[in-house]
Design a protein around this ligand. Structure first.
Ligand code: NAD
Length: 457
């Protein structure tokens, strides 16, 4: 193996023990270096994203480069505040004392990322790790090799004891997992997520798992059907459906189904023409295995739009399926491609039951004008996060934590949540020396107990 995992972790431990990363100025300067490296390598990154996934320049900026830049800018302007000692109240029973919490870095963290947004899902967590004062080993996905090579080059701006990129496949990741890390941040599939957690458990290493699943769209009869369809088309066919929070399937209310389908077709053709496969910048499916899996999901289904694939270019046309059975293969697994099954429901209770019977999704998108239905779904259906009358854009804000729940993951990041994820908060109670109340000390008396009972209730 090209990498000596043990040596990498040891050199990071030494770097961390030098305590440079505890300085806020050091972290700010590291974030600025990352910002500079990103700008300097922007053209190479755009090219690499095109070669790995066929991403158009605008999408590469909107969902990858721009996302990371704005995370860095936000962290730069808030880091001093986030890292301040925080005073908290002290209960009467502890009088006289004051209490506060202090954020400290975990130490050496491991970031494992997937191929679908190979830049933002690698550097996004890294921003949090740096801001919180950690050293980081980064393991990007082998299925985005061009981006991985640029990452390797651009992160040379840091000493390897501080930030290291380990290229490789399953074996390299498994070798890394034999080492003891202080935190593991994993983005990827549910099955690999379980394996990561199992390995982390051996060292009791805490983890964040950003996983996947089937994220539903519910289109209720009061919705603005054209705008709903437009926003679903945007979220679904971005990166050819290879987005963890892409709408996986649509549940539309029966009475508006035909009109909604009309708008879905209309907006797909508006945004991607009638022949997306002829567009030079229509993204491709990451590899032949996934291409074949996706084409297999179309077998026996009623195709309303699209349905064609080109195995040479590994592109699949934006595809809409109707009259899909809940038991169909396409409804069993996360689709992760440009295929959108549309199912219908009679009453909102039915849609709610449908979603609740399945694993808690990473995202849920509700399209409605009814406040009552909005409240009802928010209250009754568990999901990681989502939007009302839009898709996927809840990911693109650093003001809210992003993460899953249940099988779609645990933990969250973005903005301050990233800083918190990569920090341990030490709680400290500082006792005053000028008084020492006798109530807690032996010998216990009735009077002491009575006083305790008055205060502690
Ligand atoms: P994956 O789980 O196959 O791979 C993720 C990472 O784990 C890669 O770096 C890979 O090299 C490594 N890996 C793969 N198999 C491994 C093994 N057996 N042992 C150790 N390491 C292994 O995921 P993927 O195919 O790269 O990405 C697609 C999945 O990621 C989808 O399920 C998607 O929903 C999910 N995802 C989630 C988010 C999120 O933010 N929640 C974002 C993007 C993707």
């Amino acid at each position: 193996m090209k990498w000596d995992s043990h040596a990498i972790v040891m050199s990071q431990r030494i770097f961390f023990s030098e305590r440079k990363t505890l300085e806020i100025d050091f972290r700010l300067s590291a974030l600025r270096s990352l910002q500079r490296a990103l700008t300097e390598h922007e053209q190479e990154l755009v090219q690499a994203l095109y070669e790995d996934l066929g991403k158009p320049v605008t999408e590469s900026y909107m969902t990858e480069i721009g996302m990371v830049k704005s995370e860095i800018t936000y962290a730069l302007s808030h880091l001093r505040r986030w890292s301040r000692k925080k005073r908290v109240p002290t209960p009467m029973t502890q009088f006289p004392a004051r209490s506060y919490t202090v954020a400290e870095p975990y130490g050496v963290v491991l970031i494992i990322s997937p191929w679908n947004y190979p830049l933002s899902l690698t550097l996004g967590p890294l921003v949090g790790a740096i801001a919180a004062g950690n050293c980081a080993v980064i393991k990007p996905s082998e299925f985005a090799p061009h981006v991985c090579a640029v990452l390797q080059e651009m992160l040379q701006c840091f000493p390897s004891g501080y930030i290291t990129v380990v290229e490789g496949e399953k074996d390299e990741t498994q070798a890394l997992l034999q080492e003891r890390f202080d935190y593991i941040f994993f983005t990827g599939s549910v099955s690999v997520g379980k394996y990561i957690m199992e390995q982390a458990a051996k060292h009791l290493t805490p983890v964040t798992l950003e996983l996947g699943g089937k994220s539903p769209c519910i289109v209720e009869r009061s919705a603005d059907l054209s705008l709903s369809a437009k926003r679903i088309v945007f979220g679904k066919f971005l990166n050819a459906g290879q987005t963890c929070i892409a709408p996986d399937y649509v549940l539309v209310q029966e009475e508006v189904r035909e009109e909604f389908l009309h708008w879905l077709k209309h907006w797909t053709e508006q945004m991607l023409t009638k022949d997306a496969l002829s567009l030079p910048d229509y993204p491709k499916i990451v590899n032949q295995r996934h291409f074949d899996r996706l084409m297999g999901l179309l077998e026996g289904e009623e195709v309303y739009l699209g349905g064609r694939g080109n195995r040479e270019t590994m592109q699949i046309a934006p595809t809409i399926l109707t009259n899909v059975s809940p038991d169909a293969p396409v409804m069993q697994e996360e689709i992760f491609g440009p295929i959108l099954p549309v199912l219908s429901f009679a009453a909102i209770e039915e849609a709610e039951r449908f979603v609740k019977k399945r694993e808690k999704p990473l995202a849920l998108y509700l399209f409605t004008r009814s406040r009552k239905i909005q409240k009802r779904i928010e209250r009754n259906v568990p999901f990681g996060g989502g939007c009302i009358n839009d898709t996927i854009v809840h990911f693109a804000t650093h003001y809210m934590p992003f993460g899953g729940v249940g099988q779609s993951g645990m933990g969250a990041y973005h903005g301050k949540a990233s800083f918190d994820t990569f920090s341990h908060r030490k709680s400290i109670l500082q006792k005053a020396l000028w008084a020492d109340l006798a109530v807690r000390y032996r010998p216990y008396t009735e009077k002491k107990e009575a006083m305790m009972r008055r205060i502690m209730k």
